[in-house]
Design a protein around this ligand. Structure first.
Ligand SMILES: [Zn+2]
Length: 463
């Protein structure tokens, strides 16, 4: 498989066809899936057989949609940038990322800043890229213009976000925001972060964990569920770490709140009990909690109470992780894992009895629905974009510096052995990654979202 080349006919003994995995041939035309045929039904004219790319028994599923990625460009491009982030995504079977509005400078909180963002991403994306906007105090008049320009939705914080240029909102800001979003079809992402102060040893992980107790995440989620119910605007809880909030979420949904929830690979993979002192590469906010909590998160994924799993890829330069002092309170709170999501998830999920179908629901279909991309991405269906990941669910690899494509390679997963090896990634019919190599040119495009409920005609930027 030559990176950069176009696939017209793709054959495998294991293709996800509806609810089954079976031998099939995927026909691709103009970047879209034309049809998926049983192997025996394929008839080719003379001279066409060389067009068939046969991947043997490698499994083919839809490309992953990671809708929680901090690319940080422009402004903090030393932390991560579009070129490296989207190469890492491609190497991990991710065919679409949605970039968060904060940690770049400027943050994506105005139409003008969105234009800066799009310009910064121009010509650098190896996979398709969409953009979240941000809500900060006083920018409510920017929200509808940004919706028209095609942002997926908006993110806000209830406490300090971690960067000064993206201040958190108050209750009254939330009301104004939801008034603005009402009837637009757009979605508000809320980060349920709150924190306590602590005087104990800052190099012990347990001190950091106690400063961000479950009860605070609960309080924040209670606020969100009430507002979601009242305004009937889609709300989405990002990076849920505490299983204690699940009851509240279920209640709100039963009462009619259009509420969705994500958790991240790190809450499903890492445990507070196993984090050594001073190991600040494990720091993220909200914090990684205990094993019992983690089991409840897995149960909620199985039942559908948690809708999706994302990376919340949030890297920084090594100095900001303060590994020299090991102070959890001083270190940047963010974990890098964009490239590893498929394998992190599958390593544990396959042991817990999750199927490939569950995986596609949690990593592809539900994120596509959240982002209003489900009419073109997230499933192997005729008419959908030919975004594919070709991988071996039984093969294993060890995470090493040398095989990580993130700009900064520090990650708590170094040295871990993971199951699920990505061989190739296809975006709209073109091979963007194959066994360690990328297409010579970035082939991703910018995605601008048209909200299905929006009445006014949507405009979009040329990309
Ligand atoms: Zn985040």
């Amino acid at each position: 498989m030559i990176p950069g080349s176009t696939i017209n006919v793709l054959r495998s003994q294991r293709v996800l066809c509806g609810n089954d995995i079976c031998p099939a041939v995927i026909l691709i035309k103009d970047g879209k899936i034309k049809s998926i045929l049983p192997e025996t039904a394929l008839t080719l004219d003379a001279g066409e057989t060389e067009k068939v790319v046969d991947v043997g028994s490698k499994l083919i599923i839809p490309g992953i949609i990671d809708c929680h990625v901090h690319v940080n460009e422009p402004g903090r491009t030393t932390w991560e940038g579009y070129w490296t982030a989207t190469q890492a995504a491609a190497a991990g079977g991710v065919t679409t990322i949605v970039d968060m509005p904060l940690n770049s400078i400027p943050p994506t909180t105005t139409l003008e800043n969105l234009r800066d963002k799009i310009q910064a991403a121009e010509g650098k994306c190896f996979v398709d890229t969409a953009f979240w906007g941000g809500v900060v105090p006083g920018n409510h008049w920017e929200l509808r213009p940004m919706i028209k320009a095609g942002v997926v939705g908006f993110k806000c914080f209830l406490i300090h976000s971690g960067v000064d240029e993206f201040p958190h909102v108050t209750d009254s800001d939330l009301h104004v925001t939801l008034e603005q979003l009402k009837g637009t079809g757009s979605v508000l992402l809320v980060s349920p972060l709150l924190s306590n102060f602590s005087t104990s040893d800052p190099c012990e992980y347990s001190t950091f964990l106690r400063s961000r107790p479950d009860t605070m995440e609960m309080e924040a989620i209670r606020t969100v569920t009430q507002l979601c119910l009242r305004y009937q605007v889609r709300c989405h809880i990002v990076h849920l770490s505490s299983a204690q909030a699940l009851g509240l979420i279920q209640e709100a949904r039963l009462a009619g709140a259009p509420l969705t929830v994500e958790t991240t690979h790190h809450y499903l993979t890492l445990c507070a009990e196993n984090i050594p002192p001073r190991a600040t590469q494990f720091k993220c906010c909200p914090p990684i909690r205990g094993k019992a909590n983690q089991e409840q998160l897995w149960s909620a994924l199985k039942s559908g109470l948690i809708d999706m799993v994302v990376s919340d890829h949030s890297p920084c330069i090594p100095d900001l992780k303060t590994l020299q002092t090991g102070d959890f309170f001083q270190a940047w709170g963010g974990i890098s894992s964009l490239q590893l999501g498929l394998s992190l998830f599958w390593t544990t999920a396959s042991n817990k009895g999750f199927s490939v179908l569950d995986m596609v629901r949690l990593l592809c279909q539900k994120p596509a629905e959240l982002c209003c991309l489900d009419n073109q991405k997230g499933s192997l269906s005729p008419g959908h974009d030919a975004d594919l990941v070709i991988w071996d669910p039984d093969d294993e690899f060890e995470v090493k510096d040398a095989n990580i494509f993130h700009k900064n390679k520090l990650t708590p997963y170094l040295g871990c052995k993971l199951r699920g090896v990505v061989y190739a990634t296809v975006v709209r019919g073109k091979i963007v990654y194959s066994q360690g190599s990328f297409s010579p040119q970035p082939l991703g495009k910018h995605l601008f979202i048209t909200q299905p409920q929006a009445n006014e005609e949507q405009s979009s930027f040329a990309s």
